[in-house]
Ligand binder design. Structure first.
Ligand SMILES: [Zn+2]
Length: 337
């Protein structure tokens, strides 16, 4: 029993060299998709005159959709109808939803019509199910929305917010699922950041610009690896033009804020001069570090903490790990010759 309708009465047959009548049959086919073998019942058009298979774009597309759907279910990727119902919940268009999530404007439209998202994009979209997370993404991408859209969506989120959600642990999960930092030890990261701010205070500095903060984090993590041959926090960094930066660092900052280690202030009183300032909050996490770890962080911060952002950028630009990677690539802590 064929569950698909014909889109036209006749198709062109190469073999007969004319328009011919055809029938649609079902045929088991195995596809290799992202290294996984997936079997589907493909729809195939067959010439009624010579019995050869005919090209029918509509059927090809239906087969692909079927294949992607089967793969998505098997690998627990988000399905088109789940994205649609999530959008309806927040009452946002496909384009706005993509903008808020910080992904390509046309991508949501493609996923809803059956294209297959990557695992990390799928996890990102799934996280948006949580109103607290979606609300944070809305704030992050506020500048790309009109005021009317922003306020309307904000109001929608407020109305469905579930206040029982443990925001910190949700954010931690989201971070692990949407980045390559699978070995990240959040507890250790909180301790290291708290000690970083303790040490910076000793230099008479009361706050850090985000750019300087991420550079100091890199210097601690990479120097620790160089000295002891193992990772301190397990945080992964990506190659950005001005130096190594933790993946999805804006979520990471939000996590540290939720953990009460830092406060964040966004300063944007001049156009094109927005910057983020981090203030220490509760630094008691630092006491859980080993004395040797505390001493190590003090030493690194003591050595580099007084340098300005430009000097720190020059320093990281001389690191072989930075030199040997390209824009956007993950930086391995190992130095490869
Ligand atoms: Zn034919």
């Amino acid at each position: 029993m064929i569950k698909i309708d014909k889109r036209s009465e006749q198709l062109y047959c190469d073999n007969c060299d004319s328009l011919v009548g055809y029938e649609i049959i079902e045929k088991k086919e195995v596809y290799n998709l992202r290294g996984d073998l997936i079997e589907i019942n493909s729809y195939v058009a067959k010439c009624k005159t010579c019995n050869s298979e005919l090209f029918e774009p509509y059927l090809e597309n239906e087969n692909l959709k079927q294949l992607y759907r089967k793969y998505a279910k098997k690998h627990n990727l988000i399905l088109p109808e789940d994205i649609k119902s999530m959008r309806e919940k927040y009452d946002v268009s496909q384009t706005l939803f993509a903008i808020i999530l910080g992904i390509g404007e046309a991508t949501i439209e493609r996923y809803e019509s059956g294209s297959l998202p990557s695992e990390s994009i799928s996890n990102l979209i799934k996280s948006a199910e949580n109103p607290l997370f979606f609300s944070r993404m809305l704030e992050n991408n506020k500048s790309k929305l009109t005021k009317t859209d922003y306020e309307r969506i904000k109001k929608n989120i407020e109305e469905i917010k579930d206040f029982n959600v443990n925001y910190l642990s949700t954010l931690e999960q989201v971070y692990l699922q949407t980045t390559n930092s699978k070995d990240l030890n959040f507890q250790k990261l909180y301790e290291v950041v708290a000690e970083l701010f303790n040490a910076i205070k000793k230099l008479g500095i009361n706050f850090l610009y985000k750019t300087k903060f991420v550079k100091l984090l890199w210097l601690i993590e990479s120097s620790y690896y160089d000295t002891f041959g193992e990772k301190l926090t397990g945080l992964d960094f990506a190659h950005l033009p001005y130096g190594p930066v933790p993946e999805r660092h804006y979520i990471l900052l939000e996590i540290m804020k939720e953990a009460k280690i830092i406060n964040i202030e966004e300063v944007d009183d001049e156009p094109d001069k927005a910057y983020t300032i981090l203030y220490p909050n509760d630094l008691s996490y630092a006491k859980f570090l080993e004395v040797s770890e505390q001493d190590f962080i003090k030493q690194i911060v003591g050595k580099y903490g007084s340098l300005n952002a430009k000097e720190l950028t020059e320093l990281t630009h001389n690191d072989l790990r930075w030199i040997n990677t390209k824009d956007g690539e993950l930086i391995s802590l190992e130095i490869k010759e």
